[in-house]
Each structure stands twice: as C-alpha cells, then as structure tokens.
Write a protein that binds this ligand. Structure first.
Ligand code: URA
Length: 453
C-alpha cells in the first residue's frame, strides 16, 4: 500500500473513502504501515478531524479488526454501559448484576486504570480468586447462563485499537474527538450490543474537564453508536467530587456490595453527618447513577415506557435483594472464593494503616476535590504511574464527607488506608487540601446534568 498520498490528503483536509480507511486499519494492524507514517496520519486527523462517514468507517474497521462476540438468539437484550472514568466510579460493579436481574444480558468488557482514574478490572482483581481474563467462548457462555460478566478484552478483540491507542499515547494525539469516539465505540460494538448507555464525565478529575467538551464527546458518541446500529444514549455527570464515599480498589468493591444490599438506602440515611435530604448531597450518587443507567437502558430497549416507570422498576429490583445474590453468582462463575471474599468483606480495612483525616473547623463541606483524592490514592500505590506499575488493592480513601454535609471541628472528613503510618501521614496533609469548609451550606451540586439521546 502506498500510504503517503493518504497522509497528504488528510493533511490537506480531504475526505478519506470508506475502503481507504478500511485498508489503513487492516494494513496497520498487520504491521505493514510503519509507526512513523501512522503517527503522521493520526496527527493529520487530530488537526483536520474526520466527518461522520469517516468516523463510522474507522470505528467499524477497528471493530472488525478482530473477533466480535457472537451470541445465540435470545429475547433478553444485550446491553452495556461505558464511563469515561473518574474517582470512585464503581457503577459497573453493581450495575451488571442489577441489569441481569432486570432481564438483560450484560457482556461488560472493561479496562484497567491509568493515572488517577481507577479501572473496573483492577477493582475486581482485589476479589480473592476472581478471573478477569476470559476467552470469548467463556464470556458468551457466562452471559447466557448467569446474565452478566465483567471481564477484560481478549487479545483477539479489537487489536487495531490496542495498536492505534499506543501510538496516539506516544504521539500526542489522544485528545481528538473522532479518535476517542472510534476507540471507545469499536470496543463496545464488538460486544454485539442492542443498547448502550454512556456516562460522560466532566470536571476536575474527568478526562474531559469542561462540560462543553464532555457534551461534544457525548454527542459524537451517541450519533456514531446509533449510526452503527446500537441504540446509544449518554448522560453528562459531575466529576469534581468523587462518586460515592470510597475510592481505591478494594474499598470500591466493598461500597459496590453495600449498594446492592437492600438495606443500603436506610444505611445511607443513617450517615451521622448527613443533614440534608438524601438526594441533595450527592450522598446517594452511586445509587443514583446505577439506577439511572438501568432506567435508560430499560427505556432504550422499550422494556419501559418512561424514565420514571423504568426507575421505579430498577429500584424495586435493587431493593428485592436479587442483584446482591446475582453478584455472588457472577463472581463465583468467574472463579472467586466466596468464603474468602466474605471474610475480606467483614474487615473494616485490609490496609496496614488506617487514619482519620479531621476537620480543623466546623461548617459545611463546600468542596471535595476529586483530582486531589485521585492523586493521593495513585501515590499511595492504588493507581498506575505507568502501564507496568503494580497496584496495591488495599489502599484508598473512604468515609468521604460530601459537599453539602456538615462537619464539626475535629470531625471526620475521610479516612486514609495506607501501607504504613508514614505514607498515611503524608497523605493526610494532602487530603486536607481537597476539602473546603464554609460557614454557609453550599448550593446543591447536581450529579446528572444532561441527557443526550
Ligand atoms: N478511552 C478509550 O478507550 N479510548 C480513548 O481514545 C480514550 C479513552
């Protein structure tokens, strides 16, 4: 293939044809285009962009660069959720079993964390015995039998994305909306989904920091998903504050299991420092997002007529306790040692040092900076500085006091779980800077700010 004229065409802002894009993806995946030429093409795309037809062609060519999951015919729709990532974002964990109990099939192919953002697979790796790497046939078999699986991509799925993403990372071409859209959707479309809900986050700890950029990305992904035949919707959600009250791999598994516990709403109300109605203080953020994602998928697949009816259905299902039992079924199907898991769950902490971060004054929490908390957890060993970094599952932050809640002088802002007291001590100083306390109760911060359908 003579690749140079195609690079020059894109450099000049010309439109590439579908067969040219298919050939580029095929040849690059087969190692027949050198990295320096592909990097030049990616940079040309970064500056010139791709139109809808080009982005669709790129996405489908990337999806078809490897195996696509092939499910038998079944009346249960195939659905999934994708999040652009954030601190404490553990929605996938309780959502998968909830969706399975609502009559969906959920082939949830997830990723690992890099930098401050946690990854679903890293969280699940903290469960004794749990296997995240499954062959394609096992993924399909488990989805058919249990209703849900949460696992990693097989080596045979979307190999083009792996190669292109590595080059984007090394060539400064990650923040391109058509390239991000194609990368995310090629992987989701390889799951053969009927419907997809996207949680696109904005804020200081999000991939897209401004709401405007997040909206642009969400609109591009929704348009492309629908263009490719998967009913796709997005919600724009706030990621200035961590989601829920815990961040860190094992601590997030614990919080997810608590979210599935039918008594969890009562427990949240019983939080000692919550003086606001539950919906006002993002206290129920995790539960809200889990139920919202489920409700959208119920509407998208026409299982419910309205969002309000869908939410009631999802809530009733969560309260029934069935998704909690489905969680155990799912993790056992993926090799978890249930007894060891339950023993671990009963512990207050699995880290060597647990220390409370105390407020220096009384007042209302007006800010709880998710980026600072994410950086502290990464530096405690809970996240990756490079792809090769080894993760400590036990470190993290929990009992986070959320914006809108009152705290007394010397009251707990959060707790830090660390590998030793020296690292806990240095984390405490940094964690204090994440919180701002004001005399007046701050205005309510909405979690879900927009729906894009
Ligand atoms: N996540 C992905 O999978 N791909 C991107 O390009 C960006 C975020």
């Amino acid at each position: 293939m003579n690749f140079l004229p195609l690079i020059e065409a894109k450099r000049e802002g010309k439109i590439l044809m579908r067969d040219q894009i298919q050939e580029i993806v095929r040849e690059f995946t087969a190692g027949k285009i050198p990295d320096y030429q592909m990097a030049a093409m990616l940079m040309a795309i970064y500056f010139r962009g791709l139109n809808t037809a080009e982005t669709t062609a790129l996405t489908l060519a990337m999806r078809d660069s490897g195996d696509v999951l092939n499910f038998p015919k079944d009346k249960r729709p195939l659905v999934d959720k994708h999040s652009t990532g954030g601190i404490g974002d553990k929605v996938s964990l309780p959502l998968a079993p909830l969706l399975a109990c609502l009559g969906f099939r959920v082939p949830m192919i997830s990723g690992r964390g890099l930098g401050i953002t946690g990854g679903t697979l890293d969280k699940l790796d903290s469960i004794p015995g749990f296997q995240t790497l499954l062959p394609g046939e096992k993924i399909v078999a488990q989805v058919q039998k249990v209703g849900c699986v949460i696992c990693g991509q097989t080596d045979k799925m979307v190999p083009a994305d792996k190669k292109i993403y590595a080059l984007r990372d090394a060539s400064g071409t990650v923040p391109s909306i058509p390239l991000i859209t194609a990368s995310i959707l090629s992987k989701k479309l390889a799951e053969s989904l009927d419907a997809l809900i996207l949680d696109v986050k904005f804020g200081c700890a999000a991939f897209m920091q401004s709401k405007t950029d997040a909206r642009k990305l969400a609109k591009a992904m929704v348009a492309l998903g629908n263009e490719c035949g998967t009913n796709t919707r997005a919600i724009l959600t706030d990621m200035n504050t961590p989601l829920g009250r815990a961040a860190g791999n094992w601590l997030e598994v614990k919080e997810s299991v608590a979210c599935l516990d039918p008594r969890s709403s009562r427990r949240e109300e019983a939080q000692p420092n919550c003086r606001l109605p539950i919906a006002d203080c993002q206290l129920d953020g995790l539960r809200t997002l889990v139920l919202d994602c489920a409700a959208h998928l119920l509407v998208q697949t026409k299982k419910s007529k309205s969002l309000a009816a869908a939410r009631r259905l999802a809530e009733a299902c969560l309260i029934s306790g069935k998704p909690r039992a489905k969680w155990d079924e799912m993790i056992v199907a993926q090799g978890a040692d249930l007894k060891a898991f339950n023993r671990k769950l009963a512990l207050d902490s699995t880290a060597k040092a647990v220390v409370e971060v105390k407020s220096e004054k009384a007042g209302f929490v007006s800010k709880c900076d998710a980026r600072v908390i994410g950086e502290v957890i990464r530096d405690l060993g809970g996240g990756r500085l490079t792809k090769e970094s080894v993760i400590d599952f036990d470190v993290g932050v929990d009992q986070i006091t959320k914006p809108g809640e009152r705290v007394e002088q010397s009251g707990t802002l959060c707790r830090v779980h660390a590998v030793d007291s020296a690292s806990a001590k240095s984390a405490i100083a940094r964690l204090k800077t994440a919180f701002e306390i004001s005399a007046k109760r701050p205005a309510k911060i909405p979690l879900v700010v927009e729906i894009i359908s």
